[in-house]
Every structure is written in C-alpha cells, then in structure tokens.
Design a protein around this ligand. Structure first.
Ligand SMILES: NC(=O)c1ccc[n+]([C@@H]2O[C@H](COP(=O)([O-])OP(=O)(O)OC[C@H]3O[C@@H](n4cnc5c(N)ncnc54)[C@H](O)[C@@H]3O)[C@@H](O)[C@H]2O)c1
Ligand SMILES: [Fe+2]
Length: 410
C-alpha cells in the first residue's frame, strides 16, 4: 500500500481512538509519599484486613537489604510476609509463574510490589494470574483481557522510574521469541503506591540516569503525541521541569534526598501522563532493543530519544519549544524553531553528562530490518505520534545507533 494512503489510515485510527480513550477512567492510586513514608505501609495493609502478603522483588534488592526495614515493620504489625525475589530484569512468564506458586503455597492474601519496573510489573501479573487462574499470561497479552480484580496490591517503586506504580501496563519478556509485550488493563493499576525517596538513595549513578531518562521519555512522548489532555499535559510539564532541573545533580550526588524526592514525584507524574496519553516510537524501538538484546529499558530510551525528536521536531515544534521554556532553556520571545532545537540539544547534553552512549553496543546490521518491522508493528497505528514513520525511515534511524558510528551519530 502506498505510504500516503497508509498514513491516512493510521491518522483515521487515531481520530477514532482519541475520544474513546478519553472516556476510559483510569484509577489513581492512593499515595503514601515523602521520606520515610514506607513505614506507614504496614498500617495501611492492616487496615485492608490482610494477614499474609507476598513481597515481590529482585535478588539485587534483597542483597542490599533494601526491604529489611519494611519486613521488620510488617512483623511488628503482626502481618506475615513471604519474600519472592526471583524477578529478572525484563521479567519473564516463568518469573510470573514461579511467583504465583509461592503466593498460592503460602496462602497469601495481598501483594507488595517492591522494586523497579521489573518487580512491579511481575507483581501485577502474579496478581492477575492468581485471580484469573484459567487465563495464561499469553491470553492476557494486549488490551483489557483481565476479567477479575487482583488481590490488594501495594506498589513501592525503588527507581524513578517507570511509573508502573500508577500505570495500566505490565511489560513481559518472551525470551524464546526475543520479544517484549505489554499487558494493559485498568485492573492492574495498583490501588496503593508508596513514593519514598529514602529507598532510592543507594541507586547507582548509571541506574539513576537510565531510569530518569525513561521517566523523561514518558513525559515527552505523552506530551508530543496526539492523545494528550489538559490533565496529561499538566503532569508531563511538571515531570519534564523536575527531571531537567534535578536528574544530573542526583546522578552526581545520589544522597540528595530532596532531589530524589522530586524525581520520585516526577516519575509518578510522567506515569499518570503516559498511561492516559500513551507513548511513541522511542518506546516502540526501545522495547524491541530490550526484547532482542536485553538492553535495559531506560538506557535504550535515552539513546533513541534525541533521534526520534529530530525526526518529529517539525510536527511538534511548539510543544518542544514550550518544554524548553518550562525547563528554563529560553523564553517565549524566541523563535519556536530555536527553542525546540535547544530542547533536543539539552537531552543530548544530559546523556553525555551522564555517560549514556550514543549507540547501542549489541546492535547488528543484520537485525535492523526485523527490528524496524517489529517497532513499527508495535507503534502503528497504536501510538499517536507527531510524525508517522515507515520501514525505510526507521531503518535509517536504527543505522545511526550502530556501534561503528559511535561519535558521529550526534
Ligand atoms: N509498567 C509500566 O508502565 C512500565 C513503564 C516503563 C517500563 N516498564 C518496564 O520496567 C522494567 C524496567 O524497570 P526499571 O528501569 O525500574 O529497572 P529494574 O526494575 O529492571 O531494575 C534495574 C536494576 O536496578 C536495581 N535496583 C532497583 N532499585 C534499586 C535501589 N533502590 N538501589 C539499588 N539498586 C536498585 C535492581 O536490583 C536491578 O538490578 C522493564 O521491563 C520495562 O519494560 C514498565
Ligand atoms: Fe518506559
């Protein structure tokens, strides 16, 4: 089919979807927030009448003892807790099924999702499988396929981050197909979330950087896409402002509690925005780099983001210019073209200052065609991007990320 006709069809799909999406009422979690707020979680769990919760986390977090304070507080409050720390980065169906077994054999009655996006997404899916035992993870793939509500779920993010504590999504890896896919459902939005920056003080600089750039990408893609509302724009603007002001400082000094707190809020704000206004090609490409090579999600986003913004700039110049002004990079008297380019340059500077590479180390020329196909299959027509991309354009962009072109890709 001719590309012009294809584009018209995609835009028609966007026009039909937007009003329908606006009708969907995404629940907002009840929050505990601020330094030390995780200490209030046992009381909240107790008030929900729970007796034995499953804490879903990963081995890195257990080895750091990050949940120890919470575990002691739960014990003091008379709540039993079983720890399942078998979640791998980019969690798999196998991880989810192992968690389901631990939940059932311990007769748990609620779940604490404790960690970055990987444990939070795994916990969401453990909950979904527990309450829908007849439905496999594969059958839940895609949108709105979970019928029964999850057991009480309390999300405690330790990165800032994915925003998974307030989103309708869980991202699952299928290592056999070398693919990542999303399960989306209103039922997996955690009813409770804890934003405690003290849990993030020990995040190593490179994870602070990549997870912070993930949150920035959520805010930007929600803002420049076609499904934004005043609600999502407002939260996306707040998130961009905080991340531009604070992320590099926290990269250099991880012990800055006030800025860590700001970033935890920003990640949550970006989550509120993108779970309603959706994401774009940066994520479509990043998911597939993650699925094919295991590239960490935030890192992939950070590398791809400036390229997609270059590609789309002319069609979202005013919005990027507004973000530049919000980020303190200029003022409204300046031409929007200049401001929008300065905003993209700022992202490149942030990447450089936080030692994020300009290329994807494992990327191979032979995979580019398939990667582009998969990314566009994910993005078109589901993501309401400012500029539509075809196979050839996507391949050109991916070639700029080949390691052999390091330092020349800009
Ligand atoms: N559900 C959603 O809406 C959504 C949105 C974006 C991304 N995701 C998914 O989330 C996953 C990525 O999550 P992530 O970027 O948060 O990384 P992650 O959860 O995979 O964690 C990365 C590493 O950081 C470590 N870590 C986490 N918190 C720490 C802390 N406080 N101190 C020290 N180390 C810590 C972990 O042990 C792990 O080794 C991907 O699978 C991605 O696709 C989901
Ligand atoms: Fe993301």
């Amino acid at each position: 089919m001719k590309w012009t006709l294809q584009k018209t069809l995609y835009r028609t799909a966007h026009a039909v979807t937007k009003p329908l999406l606006n009708l969907v009422k995404v629940p907002v979690p009840e929050l505990l927030s601020g330094p030390g707020s995780v200490a209030q979680l046992p009381e909240l769990i107790s008030n929900n009448g729970l007796q034995h919760v499953l804490l879903v986390t990963d081995a890195g977090i257990t080895s750091l003892g990050l949940a120890n304070g919470l575990l002691q507080a739960l014990e003091k409050a008379g709540i039993s807790c079983t720890v399942f720390d078998g979640v791998k980065p980019n969690p798999t169906i196998e991880n989810i099924e192992s968690g389901v077994q631990v939940y059932q054999s311990n007769r748990c009655d609620g779940i604490i999702a404790f960690g970055g996006g990987s444990p939070m997404d795994c916990a969401k899916m453990i909950g979904a499988r527990v309450s829908n035992p007849g439905k496999s993870v594969m059958k839940m793939r895609g949108a709105f396929k979970i019928s029964k509500s999850l057991p009480p779920l309390f999300a405690v993010p330790t990165t800032a981050g994915t925003g998974s504590e307030c989103t309708i999504a869980a991202v699952v890896s299928d290592p056999q197909a070398q693919e990542k896919f999303a399960v989306t459902s209103l039922k997996i939005v955690p009813p409770y979330a804890v934003l405690d920056p003290e849990l993030m003080l020990g995040l190593p600089p490179h994870i602070t950087a990549s997870t912070g750039m993930d949150a920035l990408t959520h805010a930007i893609e929600a803002y420049i896409g076609g499904f934004g509302t005043s609600f999502t724009d407002d939260y996306a603007e707040k998130a961009v402002k905080i991340i531009l002001e604070d992320l590099e400082t926290v990269y250099l000094d991880g012990s800055d509690l006030e800025r860590r707190n700001n970033l935890a809020q920003a990640s949550y704000f970006a989550g509120l925005a993108f779970t309603r206004a959706l994401i774009g090609y940066v994520h479509a490409i990043a998911h597939n780099l993650g699925g094919m090579y295991g590239v960490p999600h935030g890192l992939a986003n950070a590398i791809v983001l400036p390229h997609i913004l270059d590609f789309s700039r002319a069609d979202c110049e005013h919005k990027l210019a507004r973000l530049a002004v919000i980020g303190g990079l200029g003022d409204t008297s300046e031409p929007t073209a200049d401001l929008s380019m300065r905003f993209i340059e700022k992202i490149r500077d942030m990447n450089r200052n936080m030692d994020i590479p300009t290329t994807v180390a494992p990327l191979l020329e032979k995979d580019i065609s398939q990667l582009a196909q998969r990314a566009l299959k994910e993005g078109n027509p589901d993501y309401p991007v400012p500029t539509l991309m075809n196979q050839q354009q996507c391949e050109v962009l991916l070639r700029k990320l080949l390691p052999s072109v390091e330092n020349t890709a800009g």
